[in-house]
Design a protein around this ligand. Structure first.
Ligand SMILES: [Fe+2]
Length: 179
């Protein structure tokens, strides 16, 4: 009979997923920092790339806490977001909407991470890993802060970018602040 899978298994699998996703996001952020025109946007990408490297480190600590090897499992969701970002980078390179598109892609990454870290933090608490829950919450708060910062910057960029321009591309998808 197949072994019953537990919440502990789900926790470990999701941890491997986000470990992969976080490493991908460090690369994507560095790429985005190079591509960004707007100084504050570039700065936000650079800052979060450093933070994300720290977040990867925190994940290795969580693996240690649960006594499992730190392994990455391909996260197709993050791969998809990153390949959309690369496509957008090509399609919108050198256009007035380039920065807005970059910010929007970065927010898609953040939202994925927020979903994952929120789940992992809750599960860690339920499984009795209080220290892991604390580490995951630290990261979760950084992701939320980054998302809010990107919203602010995107709004500023789009306000500047849409002056005298009524095309749809400069309306800044993903730049709306959550209510
Ligand atoms: Fe992250």
């Amino acid at each position: 009979m197949a072994k019953q899978k537990t919440l502990h298994d789900a926790f470990y699998e999701t941890l491997k997923d986000v470990y992969y996703a976080e490493k991908q996001s460090v690369k994507a952020l560095k790429k985005s920092a190079k591509a960004a025109e707007h100084a504050e946007l570039r700065q936000a990408f650079e800052t979060h790339a450093e933070e994300s490297a720290q977040q990867v480190e925190r994940l290795t600590q969580v693996f240690e806490i649960i006594g499992k090897p730190a392994r990455a499992k391909t996260c197709e969701a993050m791969q998809g977001i990153v390949s959309e970002m690369e496509e957008d980078l090509e399609d919108f390179a050198e256009t007035p909407a380039a920065d807005a598109v970059l910010a929007a892609c970065a927010q898609a990454v953040e939202h994925y991470e927020i979903a994952r870290y929120g789940t992992l933090k809750t599960w860690a608490g339920q499984l009795g890993y209080a220290d892991a829950a604390k580490l995951l919450d630290e990261t979760l708060q950084e992701e939320k802060k980054t998302d809010a910062r990107l919203s602010e910057i995107a709004e500023a960029i789009n306000a500047a970018g849409t002056a005298g321009d009524d095309t749809e591309a400069s309306n800044g998808k993903g730049s709306k602040k959550a209510a």
